[in-house]
Ligand binder design. Structure first.
Ligand code: HSE
Length: 428
């Protein structure tokens, strides 16, 4: 009898938006199947929502509905608290309350764990409770499990990720369907993948949050979020997408993590050679290319956003945590020493620079002189012909330091040689 009771997992769900609805649907419609496969009977006991009377697309018969999170976090019957409300302030309070009341917690809240995770990890360690974050990165791809278990014998030296479905969809629509940035953003918002505030998607912050969560697991260091450089895709125009394709490159928003010689963590658009494994990841898909000393290179690909893939990841965490709890496994490696992250100004890369220049004699020479004076060597130059006074001039450089390139671009920008803000894209 006691053994049978141990298989029942009472669940409290906080938040019934896109992913919350997906999790509730799986728990209610696949309860028997999950019980048969895993031996655990997940019972959705309570759901906490902002508006309990609101009509839902899902029948929650038999489930208690509340608008008070502590009805879940302080309920002695509840074993697992699933936080899918988003935001950082209230969510932090809810998870602190849940862990303090000895609940295991499952969350897809990348912003919260990237920016304020440390206090929650510490608390989970003190309370011997587990935290599941699979739904926070890569949608349905089990990348966190891969870092924690599948690749556990490896020293991970680098990983590169396409971690935002909205940005990848925008860039794909621009390159494959000839859409402008604004048209492509509208399509991504309509398809329901974007955050409530799509600024976090397109400015690179969402990708940086996910990078922080993965880097912590890959490199076993506490990641100070403020040290991650991030830049988004909102300055990218169809000129850059089309021109890079002509030169044999594909434009992607990439999370870059390298361990050596000094840890590099950055998010920005990059030009990838079109035969690079990440160049062919299109639409809402996410991908992570990992290099480990034992395994070599492995590529994980799958839908990176949306109700069903993310709910799949959240439920897999619930099952994993139920198993760990049953085996008496507590939190492992929750506290690490702080990472030293290389400042982006010290990074070396090749660069794609696009200036809007006046089409008259000597302009190219003047620009080249500023670059040369800053020790930047030009690899190729392309001017796009147009019957206009100002035309795009694109320069690809050889490897150069970010600091020198930015300095040269600043000098060119301040002179009367160019119109508009220059575009700078790193080439990987
Ligand atoms: N807005 C995110 C994306 C959702 O587009 O990838 C998943 O975190």
């Amino acid at each position: 009898m006691a053994q049978k009771k141990a298989h029942i997992i009472n669940v409290g769900l906080i938040g019934l938006g896109t992913v919350g609805t997906g999790v509730a649907r799986i728990l209610l419609s696949k309860r028997r199947a999950i019980l048969q496969r895993t031996g655990f009977d997940f019972r959705l006991k309570t759901v906490c929502v902002l508006h309990p009377k609101k009509k839902r697309r899902l029948s929650l018969k038999g489930v208690r509905i509340t608008s008070t999170p502590t009805h879940i976090t302080r309920d002695p019957d509840i074993d697992q608290v699933v936080e899918l409300m988003g935001g950082t302030t209230h969510a932090h309070r809810c998870l602190t309350s849940a862990l303090s009341n000895s609940k295991d917690v499952i969350s897809a809240n990348k912003a919260l764990f990237a920016e304020k995770g440390l206090s929650l990890y510490r608390l989970s360690s003190r309370m011997h409770r587990l935290i599941g974050l699979e739904g926070s990165v890569g949608g349905g791809i089990p990348i966190i499990k891969a870092f924690k278990e599948g690749l556990a014998s490896n020293r991970i030296s680098s990983f590169y990720g396409i971690l935002n479905g909205t940005c990848n969809l925008i860039l794909t629509e621009m390159s494959q369907k000839g859409k402008t940035y604004v048209e492509a953003l509208k399509k991504a918002q309509a398809s329901g993948f974007a955050e409530k505030n799509p600024r976090l998607d397109v400015n690179g912050a969402d990708t940086a949050h996910k990078l922080a969560i993965l880097a912590r697991l890959a490199f076993h260091r506490e990641i100070p979020f403020g040290r991650i450089f991030y830049e988004g895709i909102s300055k990218i125009s169809d000129i850059d997408v089309n021109f890079s394709a002509q030169m044999g490159y594909t434009l992607k928003l990439l999370a870059i993590a390298r361990l050596e010689p000094q840890m590099e963590l950055r998010v920005h658009p990059v030009l990838l050679r079109s035969d690079h494994p990440l160049a062919s990841i299109h639409g809402v898909n996410n991908a992570v290319l990992v290099r480990g000393d034992e395994v070599g290179e492995v590529l994980f690909v799958g839908e990176g956003a949306g109700e069903r893939p993310t709910a799949s990841a959240v439920v897999s965490d619930m099952i994993d945590i139920a198993k760990a709890r049953r085996l008496g496994i507590g939190p492992r490696e929750t506290i690490f020493s702080k990472a030293k992250v290389k400042p982006v100004s010290e990074v070396r890369s090749r660069y794609y620079l696009r200036f809007q220049v006046e089409d008259r004699p000597g302009m190219l020479g003047k620009l080249a002189r500023v670059l040369g004076a800053n020790g930047i060597s030009i690899s190729s130059v392309h001017q796009i012909e147009a019957p206009a006074r100002f035309v795009p001039l694109i320069i690809l450089t050889h490897q150069a330091s970010e600091e020198k390139v930015k300095n040269a671009v600043r000098l060119i920008q301040r002179s009367s040689l160019v119109k508009q803000q220059a575009v700078l894209i790193r080439v990987e």
